[in-house]
Design a protein around this ligand. Structure first.
Ligand code: GDP
Length: 466
């Protein structure tokens, strides 16, 4: 196991120990979107930021945290623009370093000229996510907050925004810091008993003193682990797949939900041979809705491949819409086996008179009769979908786990704490080791490990300038 740096070592202090402590180059970047705009924002961060500010404005003044209107010049004293700027000396800045922001006119020529000028002052262009990475390395934010920020920048829907902003604001950090304190309290009790054993009442004392802290961690981790599925679904979006026999009306349903023609509708069976996916938002969650090839026995190789893909996709889907043509008696037979709790059975072509008897299903309530062709009850189908989604993926107001990384760390905390509780009375030393493992898992969650490849992966997904 990796060395533990003493029980009183805070995550951020520990971070600083593990980070390489050398003078970083000063970086700059266009932090707003490239191209013509009302305003473009440049950001500079690093030890030379103040110096460059003085050179670019040709003034000695440095007024921290005040907005100024100043003319800016390049190395050859050519006027680049008149801009709004401000200077935020470290450590009270986003990156923790000296930071300068320049709000220039959003012209392609100004952006070009300012970029060249900043190179001319010896600065280096920032890599994707480098500002945020510096904020993290300087202990301004932990890894979960950095991830929240990345998600906020990518957020497209209301639920993604809600989840991301909460994480960026330290929602997860506050929770795991609470667990950390409980674990440290429990550990202190155990170490006290090991160092000053009172032969008579060690087991009782430990149960009384350490157990309540460990139980709090157990309850907390168990509770938040339940949010992992919803958290990840909100971040990535959901997959809803429409399957059924050829000609049951799958493409017509997709088009009716979208209120436009995305999929080809034809009475010739086997028309949809590959998967057609569209992106929509339901209950504030991004959804990829896919129409698939009709399921039937076929000797046509291309159609068979399409059917194979449809079946694979439906197995991975979050929700499957099984379409049954109520004029077709063959469809009812095998469907029950493939239906899971959140799936929907849609009986289509309800406008026809050839309507069949629909078998009663006791456990499955998500059933609906519609006519996709006549647009009857499509809105009810949508409502049914939204109800299932908001019930299954309801994130409420508490922070959620949004990545597999979080889930793995919190599961480790849960398992180590469970082990600690189980051996608390029999072997306090082993219980102490388990608590240290739980604390280590918390450090991993905060990003206080030196696994460069994990950081590279997380920060490289930011855009340039963030
Ligand atoms: P898919 O192969 O399952 O995608 O089925 P399509 O959406 O291509 O539809 C097959 C045929 O059924 C087309 O001729 C549609 O117009 C027709 N159809 C689809 N939905 C309905 C419906 O609700 N009522 C009736 N009467 N016909 C429908």
């Amino acid at each position: 196991m990796r060395k533990w740096f003493g029980i009183n070592t805070g995550v951020k202090t520990h971070l600083r120990i593990t980070m390489k402590n050398h003078k970083k180059p000063t970086i700059f970047s266009l932090s707003s979107a490239p191209g013509r705009a009302g305003v473009s924002v440049f950001r500079i961060s690093g030890p030379e930021a103040a110096n460059v500010l003085q050179k670019i404005t040709r003034r000695d003044e440095l007024t921290p945290r005040h907005v100024r209107v100043r003319k800016i010049y390049n190395n050859n004293n050519e006027l680049i623009d008149s801009c709004l700027l401000f200077y935020m000396p470290g450590p009270k800045s986003f990156t923790g370093e000296d930071v300068v922001e320049l709000h220039v006119h959003g012209s392609v020529a100004v952006i070009e000229k300012l970029t060249t000028a900043l190179y001319g002052f010896g600065l280096r262009q920032a890599e994707a996510g480098e500002f945020t990475r510096r904020a993290f390395e300087n202990g301004k934010i932990d890894l979960t907050e950095a991830e929240g920020l990345a998600d906020l920048i990518d957020a497209e829907t209301e639920s993604q925004h809600k989840q991301a902003v909460r994480q960026m604001d330290g929602g997860l950090r506050v929770i795991y810091e609470g667990w950390k304190q409980h674990l440290l309290n429990a550990l202190a009790q155990i170490e006290g008993e090991i160092d000053f054993p009172d032969e008579e009442d060690v087991p009782d004392n430990l149960s009384n003193k350490a157990l309540p802290y460990l139980n709090l961690v157990l309850e907390g981790t168990e509770q938040i682990l339940k949010t992992a599925e919803a958290g990840e679904a909100i971040r990535h979006g959901l997959d809803i797949v429409i399957i059924g026999r050829p000609n049951s009306g799958k493409s017509t349903i997709l088009n009716a939900i979208l209120k436009r023609d995305a999929a080809i509708v034809s009475s010739i069976a086997g028309t949809t041979r590959d998967i057609i996916s569209v992106n929509i938002v339901l209950s504030g969650i991004p959804v990829r809705l896919s129409d698939t090839a009709g399921i039937r026995n076929t000797s046509n190789e291309i159609e068979a491949e399409g059917i194979d893909r449809a079946l694979k996709l439906s197995k991975q889907a979050d929700i499957v819409i099984h379409v049954i043509d109520i004029t077709d008696n063959k469809t009812i037979e095998n469907i029950d086996k493939r239906i899971s709790k959140d799936d929907i059975i849609v009986y289509n072509k309800n406008d026809t008179s050839k309507s069949m008897d629909i078998p009663k299903r006791n456990e499955h309530s998500n059933e609906i009769r519609i006519s996709a062709l006549k647009d009857h009850d499509i809105d009810r189908l949508k409502e049914m979908l939204e109800k299932i989604i908001s019930h299954k993926y309801n994130i409420g107001n508490e922070p959620t786990l949004t990545r597999v990384r979080h889930k793995n760390c919190v599961s480790d905390v849960f398992l180590s704490t469970t082990r600690a509780i189980n051996c608390l009375n029999k072997s306090p030393e082993l219980a102490g080791d388990d608590i240290r493992s739980a604390l280590y898992a918390l450090e991993e969650l905060a990003g206080a490990s030196d696994i460069e490849s994990v950081f590279d992966l997380i920060f490289s997904r930011f855009c340039i300038g963030k």
